[in-house]
Design a binder for this molecule. Structure first.
Ligand SMILES: C[S@@+](CC[C@H](N)C(=O)[O-])C[C@H]1O[C@@H](n2cnc3c(N)ncnc32)[C@H](O)[C@@H]1O
Length: 303
């Protein structure tokens, strides 16, 4: 397993998703295979199953694992939804090869599929699709649910044009985001690590484009589950952090300084889990406050 202390994550992530074809991929494989992650993947699959059942949809036909990595969550999902077809998207060849081996070992049928054909009726039950993300040329409005677990999408330097074409420059988003990036917390203790407005703006807009891509994949009224690292329960976060999160998620249904932006998801619920998976963050930031916490699952409905 690659030693996280020897990896310069900031430099590695400049390569975009290709960073996961290097030592970062080995580090991630070590993390994703440990007990805390195994438990988390099972809990997320269980949560998604229970929630879809609650929506009267216990047997979805199409699920998407967005940025599936080396596939441990895919295996948990395939166990929980024996009748669903699963589209697994990721940019890293190395991660997808590992996913393929992992799925074969656990007895699940999978195979590589071209991005444009990933929802075709014919094909393996689990479709492993190598693609840079976000990708707006993937078939639209097909999935019953899309799941995005431990997001760490790394745009490559040449990707900005693509982001610009898919919402990064949308006027109403730019206006709201400019305010959200500049506002400061009432309590300075709540201030987030990134408090440079330019960097904050870029992060919020980039992640909102990714949420648009999640919305692109899922059917109207379909479900989206995002699993984020977290230091606290979602409702314990400051009001400003909650509003920024909803903006990123495309689920902000209130005005910011009398300005509005489009909501394309509706926020439904959230569940927090205390877990050692938070150490993934600590390995990258080396910030001791990232040694405690866990993750939370947020659920959305596509509108
Ligand atoms: C932190 S891992 C999470 C993997 C998986 N969701 C899990 O929880 O095990 C992030 C994954 O995102 C993929 N990734 C990062 N940036 C990407 C991009 N721009 N396009 C496609 N895949 C990307 C990496 O290859 C890696 O597999």
């Amino acid at each position: 397993m690659a030693d996280h202390k020897k990896i310069d994550f900031e430099k590695a992530f400049l390569k975009g998703h290709k960073s996961y074809d290097t030592a970062v991929g080995d580090w991630w494989e070590g993390q994703a295979s440990n007990g805390a992650h195994r438990k988390a993947y099972a809990a997320v699959a269980e949560f998604v199953h229970a929630q879809l059942k609650g929506r009267g949809k216990p047997k979805p036909k199409w699920l998407v694992d967005y940025a599936c990595g080396s596939g441990p969550f895919l295996a948990a999902l395939a166990d929980r939804f024996p009748e669903a077809r699963i589209v697994a998207l990721d940019g890293s060849r190395k991660m997808l090869e590992r996913a393929s081996m992992r799925l074969a070992k656990s007895g699940h049928e999978s195979g590589p599929v071209d991005a444009k054909r990933c929802f075709d009726a014919k094909g393996p039950r689990i479709r492993l699709v190598q693609t840079s993300l976000p990708n707006f040329s993937l078939p639209a409005n097909k999935a019953d649910a899309v799941i995005f677990v431990f997001p760490n999408l790394t745009p490559a330097p040449g990707d900005q044009d693509y982001y610009d074409k898919h919402g990064y420059k949308k006027r109403e988003d730019v206006n709201v985001c400019t305010v959200l990036a500049r506002l400061r917390e009432m309590d300075p203790e709540d201030e987030v690590a990134v408090n440079n407005p330019k960097e904050m703006y870029d992060g919020l807009m980039t992640d909102r484009v990714i949420s648009r891509n999640l919305r692109h994949l899922v059917k109207k009224s379909g479900a989206c589950y995002k699993v984020d690292y977290a230091n606290a329960h979602r409702d314990e976060l400051s009001k400003l952090t909650q509003i920024r999160s909803l903006f990123v998620e495309g689920a902000l249904e209130e005005s910011v300084k009398e300005m509005w932006c489009q909501a394309f998801f509706r926020y439904v619920t959230n569940k927090f889990f205390r877990s050692q998976v938070i150490l993934d963050v600590y390995h990258q930031t080396k910030d001791p406050s990232d040694k405690t916490g866990g993750y939370f699952i947020s659920e959305f409905t596509a509108i």
